[in-house]
Write a protein that binds this ligand. Structure first.
Ligand SMILES: Cc1ncc(COP(=O)(O)O)c(C=O)c1O
Length: 381
């Protein structure tokens, strides 16, 4: 039986609560950055809480956070930044934006996260930073990355776009390196449409990013237009227009309240997928020490690219949405000229096998059973 409605690979979980929260902001008369954003930043810090105090700044995207982190850490022309080839455009484009040299690195076959051994061979005297990505919500070997960084004096900017709620040896991502940057884009575990946040143990760094996120101005609008505010402001440095607004923050606050429940649901669906597809597909790792938040559920079909592509078509005919995360960066025309495909053997191989199947918290186990039923039929041929 083919279901009537299309099961997408991702969909945000929405209730009346988000609608009410957004409506309340609309009626409040204060739509841009203000107390709702501060409340969101404080509550995220609370959620991520580890042994040391964290500080956070909300932004309009994770991309903005990666860009400002590089700038605030003083990375620029003449510097090199190591980025895994297995990621979204954002992780690499920001390196171009600050005028540094992008150095792409291959990934580990069983996690799709940066291969530290290979990364250590890419370090030169000009390397200033590394941007590991917790792909699909599975944590990188962050201790190993920090050790490599300490050995060579590198800054670590974690691209935690997928990793809200992900834990590494019991501690949530956000507590480990110089900065971690989350995304709250529409498909993410905590979704607000567009949005991002930078977290760090370094308060000065966060305040510097905050200032850069609003034209380098020393005071945001709420502090100027409110009753207790003062009209005067000063542009102290170059900045951007990356601030988070109250509407998105209000939606984020509701999503944050239900994040752990939504995360548990993703893990339940993942356990079901693993059990049902065992022996038919490969999976990335998961363990108590490396606690996966299952932002994405990726399977390795073990087939050639062409077979994977026909699987996508067959699943679509059965009303099942899929996606491919990611086309490795070195395969895109913009980067092909700069990199040699032979330097990324693992990414080249896995790219032909990988498929993201439906995974979102409002999906039912019955939906997942529909997916595995068809996958089993198709994979067994
Ligand atoms: C790995 C990764 N990094 C960065 C980003 C950028 O996030 P945003 O859309 O919030 O800028 C994404 C977006 O999907 C992503 O998947």
């Amino acid at each position: 039986m083919i279901r009537k409605d299309f099961l997408p690979f991702s969909r945000p979980e929405v209730s009346d609560e988000e609608v009410k929260a957004a409506a309340a902001v609309l009626r409040s008369g204060w739509w841009t950055t203000g107390p709702k954003v501060t409340e969101f930043e404080d509550k995220i810090v609370d959620y991520l809480k580890g042994p040391e105090q964290l500080y956070a700044v909300g932004l309009n995207s994770c991309t903005a956070g990666l860009h400002l982190s590089l700038e605030a850490l003083g990375i620029g022309p003449g510097d090199e930044v190591i980025v895994p080839t297995w990621t979204f455009a954002a992780t690499a484009q920001v390196v171009d934006w600050v005028g540094a040299k992008l150095v792409l690195c291959d990934v580990e076959e069983d996690s799709l996260n940066i291969d530290l051994e290979k990364a250590s061979r890419l370090v030169t005297s000009r390397t200033k930073a590394i941007i590991p990505v917790h792909i699909a919500g599975y944590p990188c070997d962050i201790d190993g990355i920090n050790k490599l960084a300490q050995r060579h004096g590198l800054k670590v900017i974690e691209d935690a776009a997928h990793a809200i709620g992900t834990r590494y040896f019991g501690k949530k991502i956000g507590n480990f390196s110089d900065v971690a940057v989350f995304s709250f884009y529409a498909t993410k575990n905590l979704a607000m449409g567009e949005g991002g946040l930078v977290v760090s143990r370094n308060k000065d760094l966060i305040e510097s990013i905050r200032k850069k996120s609003y034209f380098g101005i020393n005071k945001q609008a709420f502090k100027r237009y409110g009753k207790t505010g003062n009209w005067f402001y000063d542009i102290e440095e170059k900045g951007y227009k990356y601030n988070l607004d109250s509407l998105h923050a209000a939606i984020g606050l509701v999503q944050l309240k239900k994040l752990d429940r939504m995360l548990a649901k993703r893990r339940k669906l993942a356990a079901f997928y693993r059990k049902e597809l065992d022996g038919l597909a490969g999976f990335t790792k998961d363990s108590d020490e490396h606690f996966h938040n299952y932002h994405l559920f990726m399977i390795k079909t073990g087939s050639s690219g062409q077979e994977r592509d026909s699987l996508i078509i067959e699943l679509k005919k059965r009303n099942i949405g899929t996606s491919v995360h990611y086309i490795p960066l070195h395969m895109h025309s913009y980067y092909k000229k700069r990199f040699c495909a032979g330097d990324f053997p693992v990414a080249n191989k896995i790219f032909n096998e990988i498929l993201s199947i439906p995974m979102f918290s409002s999906m039912t186990v019955k939906d997942a059973g529909y997916v595995t039923g068809h996958l089993k039929e198709l994979l067994r041929g």
